[in-house]
Design a protein around this ligand. Structure first.
Ligand SMILES: [Zn+2]
Length: 310
């Protein structure tokens, strides 16, 4: 009995060690989006990070405290210019915690106001808790909060490029922010677009903030701008260089499909548990990775359908 308990404890310890090792080993791979625009793709399907090199310095979009050192190393290999600006898409830990790693270059960190608020409230607290718990990546780092927070839109003219930042509203998270760089025909979506993977639920310190109708509305808003964009750079998943608006259309189809399927099953009187078990997605989405996120998303959608209809 004693030995069994001991063996179990060892097994649990080993599992925890493996889990930590797995997160520590998240490998970021450099992908060229277009000249001077690079996305670092997270090999496990966690958050990507993008950097743009200009004659006056570098702008970094999204930075996870666990993987930002790899992003900085890639920047140092690519250019001798300093990191001048940081922009985060939303306040989640996998996108807005890594600013500290760029401190040597003393960049200005820009975010939307809802993000800044989160970083002073629940996200700030979560960072502290993870640090105190000795979590990989967090234990030796500090949370660096934005220097500038904006509502609506903000345009940064930097290094001969225009960075049009838009607070798109509440879709994936409490305040999704995008960046359009017209000269590069590139649009950075953050988690409003995940490719080949089930989208995340806008987790912020253990609470899920994603709203399906808001997400669809935001995608419609972006598409209605009819921007000159070759590539929408995703928050998670591989970048589809040159696929353009088809990526946004696919993401919208995903949510419309789930919303309509859930609504149909609610009308049939099915329970959440039945819907979670029975809902099948068409082939183009069935091949997406991280299937556990789908069941969680069905739950989000179920409550939103109950609340607002469809
Ligand atoms: Zn994310």
């Amino acid at each position: 009995m004693y030995f069994r308990k001991f063996a179990m404890a060892v097994a649990v310890f080993a599992a925890i060690t493996v889990a930590h090792a797995a997160s520590a080993a998240d490998k970021m791979t450099l992908r060229k989006v277009t000249d001077d625009v690079y996305m670092m793709e997270n090999g496990r399907g966690s958050s990507n990070s993008t950097f743009v090199v200009t004659g006056d310095g570098v702008l970094v979009f999204d930075f996870d405290v666990r993987t930002a050192p790899q992003v900085l190393a890639a920047i140092r290999k690519t250019t001798d210019k300093k990191v001048r600006y940081l922009v985060s898409s939303h306040s989640a830990g996998d996108h807005a915690t890594g600013a500290w790693h760029f401190r040597e270059d003393n960049p200005v960190y820009i975010a939307s106001r809802p993000q800044a608020r989160d970083l002073f409230m629940q996200e700030g607290r979560e960072f502290q808790q993870r640090k105190e718990a000795g979590r990989e990546g967090y234990k030796d780092a500090e949370l660096v909060r934005p220097d500038i927070a904006f509502d609506g839109e903000m345009t940064l003219y930097f290094g001969g490029l225009t960075f049009q930042m838009t607070l798109e509203g509440h879709g994936h998270s409490t305040g999704d922010t995008t960046v359009y760089i017209p000269q590069k025909r590139v649009f950075l979506t953050g988690d409003l677009l995940d490719t080949e993977i089930h989208p995340g639920q806008g987790e912020s310190s253990g609470v899920y903030y994603s709203v399906v109708d808001g997400w669809i509305r935001i995608l419609d808003n972006i598409m209605a701008r009819k921007l000159a964009v070759d590539t929408y750079v995703p928050g998670h998943g591989p970048v589809h260089v040159g696929r353009g608006v088809a990526d946004l259309e696919e993401q919208k189809r995903y949510f419309v499909t789930i919303r309509d399927e859930v609504a149909k099953m609610v009308q049939q009187g099915k329970t959440l548990e039945q819907i979670k078990k029975e809902l099948k997605l068409p082939g183009e989405f069935a091949k997406y990775k991280r299937a556990s996120r789908l069941r969680n998303f069905i739950e989000r959608t179920y409550y939103q359908v109950q609340e607002k209809g469809w």
